[in-house]
Design a binder for this molecule. Structure first.
Ligand code: G6P
Length: 604
């Protein structure tokens, strides 16, 4: 985790770095820090907690340096204190480093360095790296950095400064993301693009094992002892997309952007009756007889929904797994298996590592990611981008809806490739997808009703969410959203499972949220609702507008537009995001940065 940024140029480095850290704060907010070379000396500020604490410390003491690095931390080794905040330095205070990842052999290296009389000021694994460089700094900054890199094991994105050579930044990547922003007479290196998007749209993504030596005018990249070239990508996102633009929170802004994000994701890929993907080879899909989708968190819930749709439309056996479980299991994968990774960031370490162990055994692999150039997008055989734009709120919303857009399109596409879908079937499916953005707009117009429901229930301590079939993963997602941003305990269940346990929890203190549109299973879900009502439970229902019966059973109802039943998750997701959002806000929680979470989890 953690957000890191380095700047070298002609402008005030502190300003550029603080701006970048604001854009990276979603990656961690346990502490923040900055180091700048000014007049040949390193000047460092660090503060526990949010970035605003660091800004308060810097106020009135800003330096004039034009080279510097900054960090926002999600704590792994060592508690979130000022001592453990990055940047860390060596004994001389001339070498300073920021790091995202974990140095696994730090303990033995620390013992070795202590024997050599190095003094440590923090409990972090990171600090040892500055001391390792110090060991060889007499040979020059670059040589010393390479020598230090040889000694460490683990995952890292690192950015290093040395006041003795104030014309360069050194950056190294293994496992954790790093992207270089190429400007005119200035360059950036950061965990993510939004941190420099305002200043340049030219980006170069580093690969594993890359070490970059960055000066004002150029960037030299080395890998395995050789100089290498990395392609320059033009980023299409605008800096404006990464601003709140008048919304009180990024989360509400991003929820509101979903009609556009959905539209952007489908529009260039669909015609009247066919679907195309730019980076997918249909020939490779013909022999596929099983699909395995791997993901974490909210992306897992998008994947879970896709299982129902791919099996129904393409008639291909589909297994969905949480990446961290998949990685240590013994999956049966062969050349007839298609692997799909779903990840908004494309950097989630559990997902990346799960793929490393199985990718070669499979027939074909596809990444569904939002971030162009991210690790998964480069690692797998094919990639389908969700065009959600930058998502800053820690809880995924618009990336989720665009993942669903891609996965629904993919199910139709696969159905066609496998000869399971005729023209009429494709036409109907595409017609339904085209209707989604307009329907989401209708739901958004009704958001006041969800705010009212939130006001009524925000004091409750436990929630249960239920759905059946395609709406079951939505129950899981509804519960996850609520947990993440309101700190209320919530569980999602397949409604049919209610009688096998959760019914014991029914009381007047636990609201039950049902995703219950009128579909083939409506009567069954009404039976579940009645079983709860019979025991004095409370029901909040999400159902379709033309439903006239739900008012007999539910205490509160939110209506969504009528759509063909397979497509309900694409609409039901929205009220659940809004319900969680309003409950979180009413509880006074910073919904964009909920405690202990980070947007992209790049440690195991
Ligand atoms: C973190 C985030 C979640 C996200 C999950 C997977 O836990 O807080 O919102 O769903 O990572 O991230 P990915 O980038 O792989 O979709």
């Amino acid at each position: 985790m953690c957000g890191i940024i380095g700047y070298i140029g002609e402008e005030n480095a502190t300003d550029r770095i603080i701006y970048g850290l604001h854009k990276l704060e979603y990656r961690g907010y346990d502490s923040a820090g900055i180091a700048v070379i000014d007049g040949g000396a390193l000047v460092r500020f660090r503060a526990q907690g949010r970035l605003e604490n660091l800004e308060a410390k810097i106020k009135g003491k800003k330096t004039g340096g034009t080279i510097g690095i900054g960090h926002t931390r999600w704590a792994t080794h060592g508690k979130p204190s000022e001592e453990n905040a990055h940047p860390h330095t060596d004994c001389t205070g001339e070498i300073t480093i920021i790091h995202n990842g974990i140095i696994e052999n730090y303990f033995e290296l620390k013992e070795e360095l202590i024997k050599k009389k190095h003094k440590f000021a923090s409990e972090t694994d990171t600090e040892i790296f500055a001391h390792l460089i110090e060991e060889n700094i007499s040979k020059g900054f670059v040589k010393a950095a390479f020598a230090a890199l040889k000694r460490i094991r683990g995952m890292y994105a690192m950015v290093i400064l040395y006041s003795g050579e104030p014309d360069k930044i050194i950056a190294a990547r293994k496992g954790s993301p790093l992207v270089i922003g190429l400007g005119r007479g200035e360059n950036y290196v950061a965990s993510d693009v939004p941190s420099f998007l305002k200043y340049t749209k030219k980006a170069m993504f580093l690969e594993d094992g890359d070490v970059a030596v960055i000066t004002r005018e150029k960037v030299d990249i080395f890998n395995s002892g050789k100089k290498v070239k990395r392609g320059v990508k033009e980023i299409k996102w605008s800096a404006q997309q990464a601003e709140k633009s008048g919304f009180p929170h990024f989360m509400l802004k991003e929820i509101s952007e979903q009609p556009q994000a959905f539209e952007d994701t489908i529009i260039d890929r669909i015609s009247d009756s066919s679907i195309k993907f730019e980076n997918i080879d249909p020939e490779k899909l013909k022999g596929i007889n099983s699909v395995r989708i791997i993901a974490c968190g909210t992306s897992y819930h998008a994947a879970y929904t896709a299982k129902y749709i791919i099996e129904k439309y393409a008639r291909v056996n589909t297994v969905v797994e949480v990446a961290s479980e998949m990685r240590y299991s013994s999956p049966v994968i062969d050349k007839k298996t298609l692997l799909i990774a779903v990840s908004q960031s494309g950097e989630t370490i559990d997902t990346i590592e799960a793929f490393k162990s199985i990718q070669k055994k499979a027939g074909y692999s596809i990444a569904v990611v939002n971030v162009v150039g991210s690790t998964l997008s480069r690692m797998l055989d094919g990639v389908i981008y969700t065009h959600a734009g930058p998502e800053i709120g820690v809880a995924s919303t618009k990336t989720f809806i665009t993942q669903l857009a891609v996965l629904y399109m993919f199910a139709l596409y696969m159905a066609r490739v496998k000869g399971e879908a005729g023209e009429k079937f494709m036409k109907d499916g595409i017609k339904n997808l085209r209707m989604v953005p307009g329907f989401i707009k209708t739901i958004l117009k009704d958001k006041q009703k969800l705010e009212n429901i939130a006001a009524k229930y925000c004091g409750f301590r436990d929630f249960l969410y239920y759905g059946r079939n395609v709406n079951y993963p939505m129950a899981l997602e509804g519960a996850l959203k609520l947990k993440e941003i309101s700190y209320i305990h919530a569980e999602g269940y397949a409604a049919g499972e209610m009688k096998h346990g959760p019914i014991a929890l029914v009381d007047d203190k636990t609201p039950n949220v049902f995703i219950a549109p009128e579909n083939a299973l409506y009567e069954k879900i009404i039976s579940n609702i009645q079983e709860i009502k019979a025991r004095s439970g409370t029901i909040i229902a999400i159902t379709n507008r033309s439903n006239t019966t739900m008012k007999k059973f539910a205490d509160d109802i939110f209506y969504i537009p009528d759509i063909e039943e397979d497509f309900y998750p694409l609409l039901a997701a929205i009220p659940m995001q809004l319900l969680a959002y309003y409950i979180g806000v009413k509880k006074g929680i910073d919904v964009d940065k909920p405690r202990n979470l980070a947007k992209s989890v790049t440690v195991e």
